[in-house]
Write a protein that binds this ligand. Structure first.
Ligand code: F0G
Length: 415
């Protein structure tokens, strides 16, 4: 087990702290000895363990189980969406609802592993830049582990629920006058300069290892079969890369026969990866002033863009952009047809699905899993804004009957 540069293949020890390759500056990923993973896969214990990130302990870069920092992450529901599927003409549609994690987003899968690694490494302080969910999750796991935690968020631009979480868990919350990309540049420089501050953004390869469990779990929940396609919202691009790593590892180990087509969805105003895929480019053009109502994915220079392009191209997937209107209408539809309340960024996977079915990219016979990444209550303001306002009525039966249209029905029955 070691860390390896995704570009030049330079190898680094598993316990070395460093986020980029010292030779070429590219990202690192964790690589395993194939034989060791094969032995882990052959053991039977993990198959009978309950669904959770730590069901896959032997596939993770953590060796000292006594150090695990967990709030019971993973094991989220995969919801068969019959009614939504029927509306779109899809026979097999599922939503993997990551809002069911302890702090309400998929970030917890990465943080349980990343913070456990921080404890193993003996660091005392952790830091991240965030559009909200990463800061909420890191703050919670740092609290559980007794680590100091600082989070940098873009000023005035994150959803209120997420801000409340980071604050109540006791993190030092800094609102940076700038956007997420600027905040990320600062924490990168800070963690290079101060070795004692451990960076837990998704460039940290141990975070990706935790998040790859999302790929494992989807395959396990579909009885050992990969779906034809996984549709994921894309921001900084760690998650799509992680899910792909999980699916590829399961495939290499013979645990699934096929791999899914990875399909990334970006908000139209923050879509450098989707544009690169559509134009066949091998690099991205960062967006200087990213905009979207889906604040979680308002990111113009995704750090894991290269891993994401690889995931999409290797898997024969695709990428699409969706407008704010499409996102909000998909959010409402999912809530009203399936009873699943997800935040706007999460609904972008549903909006993307609708678009790709409409334009014929997704075949109606496909078995599709849409990942919804965060809970709707993270951003109650947007939900209230786009919904019908409550009617204010007098505290009298007659007024309530009038408002609910009950009087008329009674009259009809009486006749
Ligand atoms: N969905 C939600 C709800 C998110 O919070 C994020 C990322 C994404 C999708 C995109 O995932 O970055 O791995 O491509 N949120 C980060 C944060 C950036 O700071 O909370 P990605």
């Amino acid at each position: 087990m070691h860390q390896e540069c995704i570009n030049c293949g330079s190898k680094y020890a598993i316990d070395e702290i460093g986020y980029f390759c010292r030779k070429c500056g590219d990202l690192l990923e964790v690589k395993y000895d194939h034989g060791e993973l094969e032995r882990a896969a052959k053991k039977s214990e993990w198959r009978s363990a309950p669904l959770s990130v730590w069901r896959y302990r032997d596939f993770m870069p953590i060796r000292d189980a006594s150090k695990i920092v967990s709030l019971n992450e993973g094991g989220t529901g995969i919801h068969r969406c019959q009614r939504l599927g029927e509306k779109l003409g899809l026979k097999q549609l599922y939503v993997k609802n990551e809002g069911e994690n302890p702090t309400g987003s998929f970030k917890d899968r990465g943080m349980t592993v990343g913070v456990t690694k921080a404890v193993e490494l003996g660091v005392k302080a952790v830091i991240c830049a965030s559009t909200g969910n990463t800061s909420a999750s890191l703050a919670a796991y740092a609290a559980k582990a007794g680590l100091q935690c600082a989070v940098l968020i873009p000023s005035g631009k994150i959803a209120y629920g997420k801000l409340a979480q980071a604050m109540i868990y006791g993190a030092k919350v800094l609102q940076v006058r700038g956007n997420f990309d600027q905040a990320l540049d600062i924490v990168l420089e800070l963690s290079e300069k101060h070795g004692s501050v451990y960076l837990l953004n998704s460039i940290n390869p141990f975070r990706i290892e935790g998040q790859k469990s999302l790929g494992y779990e989807i395959c396990d929940q579909l009885s050992g079969e990969a779906p034809d396609r996984i549709v994921v919202p894309v921001g900084n691009a760690g998650n799509i890369s992680a899910i792909w790593k999980g699916c590829r590892e399961f495939h290499d180990l013979g645990l699934v026969k096929e791999v899914p087509m990875m399909t990334g969805i970006q908000a139209a105003g923050s879509a450098p990866i989707a544009h690169a895929i559509k134009t066949g480019s091998n690099t991205i053009v960062p967006v200087g002033k990213p905009e979207t109502i889906a604040t979680a994915i308002r990111i113009g220079a995704p750090v894991s863009w290269k891993k994401a392009l690889t995931a999409i191209r290797e898997s024969h997937g695709t990428a699409e952009t969706v407008t704010d209107e499409e996102i909000l209408s998909a959010q409402k539809l999912l809530a009203r047809v399936e009873g699943l309340f997800v935040e706007p960024a999460s609904a972008s996977s549903i909006a993307g699905l609708i678009k790709l079915v409409d334009n014929g990219t997704i075949d109606k016979s496909e078995r599709v899993v849409c990942v919804t990444t965060g809970h709707g209550l993270k951003d109650p303001d947007t939900a209230v804004k786009v919904s019908e306002k409550p009617l204010e009525v007098d505290a009298e039966i007659a007024a309530i009957e009038e408002a609910l249209g009950l009087k008329k029905q009674v009259a009809v029955l009486a006749r």
